[in-house]
Design a protein around this ligand. Structure first.
Ligand code: F0G
Length: 351
């Protein structure tokens, strides 16, 4: 087997790149599709996890960023800007380094996970913490990209969704067909829109027999698509999806309606329970927002919206290491022992 070359090279004929486009990549994509034994037992479905936390910067954003930065470089951009709840900024910062560009990021002050802040900083991004929420940051980033020589790499940049659609290709390639249902967390709503684009393309090309029903899940304190109106003060412990006015709102509704799917809300309590369960019972450490897909699946099966026996893929969007605070909260603290086998054995319950 040859080495994985990153999503643009792997799916070049399905992406808007020319033969001579030079690709800015960290060899993203090619992430594992892991059978979820425990969640399958619990739901009666055949469940797989698309583990996107194994991308180069620890989230699915890298798929879109390789495209966005590749095109920005091709168009001669020297600087990029994004608003972010953390992952987009981490990814933009890393890919900007690869392209030799400067990167500016706007994040909601005090509302992004420490690991993500660390990533943006270590990659040398110019970081501003904005006294506002993500939606305010995005509005500001859009204005700056209009008035100053800096390219916007949020998912309102169409190349981002083009890159992100490759995850749907990978899922269908791995399973030999599209699943019946695909579950995702929804924040700015770009990813669900991108997956739908990818699945639709594969179905239209006859590579997959059909496209899945798309199920998206927002945190209940930040669920504008569910309620049908923007949320002025979005709230949730899942800071990655703390978004009150998603940029791809209309596309997400199209994905839902065209696929016969649903967009629902899940409580923070259920997100946290799914997060703990993924780590403790599947061995997969994700960030809180990512667990919304699994919390939503469980809730949808209970509500009768997804039948037992269905083949379901849940995307878990980001790596748990980005935000260890929630892993440590509620965990028992480690016991300190002297260098003594007997004491260690009894502390471990072995003796
Ligand atoms: N999961 C994680 C870990 C995310 O970081 C995001 C979005 C989502 C899910 C939702 O995806 O926005 O395409 O609906 N994070 C963006 C960011 C907003 O700035 O990193 P979406």
């Amino acid at each position: 087997a040859r080495a994985w070359r990153g999503v643009v090279e792997e799916y070049r004929d399905r992406l808007p790149v020319a033969a001579n486009t030079s690709v800015v990549t960290l060899n993203e994509g090619g992430t594992p599709l892991v059978p979820a034994t425990r969640i399958s037992e619990l739901t009666g479905c055949e469940v797989f996890l698309k583990v996107e936390g194994l991308n180069p910067t620890g989230s699915f954003k890298d798929r879109g960023m390789t495209m966005a930065i590749t095109k920005a470089a091709e168009e001669g951009a020297k600087a990029v800007i994004c608003a972010s709840t953390g992952n987009t900024s981490a990814s933009a910062a890393a890919y900007a380094v690869r392209a030799g560009m400067t990167c500016a990021v706007l994040v909601p002050q005090g509302k992004i996970a420490m690991g993500k802040l660390a990533q943006a900083l270590v990659h040398g991004a110019k970081l501003l913490q904005v006294d506002g929420n993500f939606d305010d940051c995005l509005e500001l980033a859009r204005k700056l990209s209009v008035d100053y020589p800096v390219a916007l790499v949020n998912s309102v940049n169409p190349y981002r969704l083009q890159g992100q659609k490759t995850a749907a290709f990978e899922v269908a390639d791995a399973l030999g067909d599209a699943p019946a249902v695909h579950c995702l967390p929804v924040g700015n709503a770009g990813n669900i829109s991108a997956y739908w684009m990818g699945y639709r393309e594969y179905a239209e090309a006859g590579i997959a027999s059909s496209a899945p029903r798309m199920f998206g899940f927002q945190a209940s304190g930040s669920a504008p698509i569910v309620s049908g109106a923007p949320v002025e003060q979005p709230r949730t412990i899942a800071t990655a999806i703390r978004i009150g006015n998603p940029a791809s709102w209309v596309y997400a509704e199209q994905a839902r309606d065209e696929s016969g799917g649903r967009i629902e809300s899940v409580t923070d309590r259920k997100i946290l329970a799914a997060y703990r369960m993924l780590a403790a019972e599947e061995g997969v450490f994700v960030e809180l927002a990512s667990a919304a897909s699994v919390a939503g699946l469980i809730q949808s099966v209970e509500a009768g919206h997804i039948d037992r026996g269905t083949r379901v893929v849940c995307t878990v969007t980001g790596n748990g290491l980005k935000d260890p605070d929630w892993a440590l909260a509620g965990a028992s603290t480690a016991t300190t022992v002297p260098v003594d086998a007997h004491t260690a054995a009894s502390a471990l319950g072995l003796a």
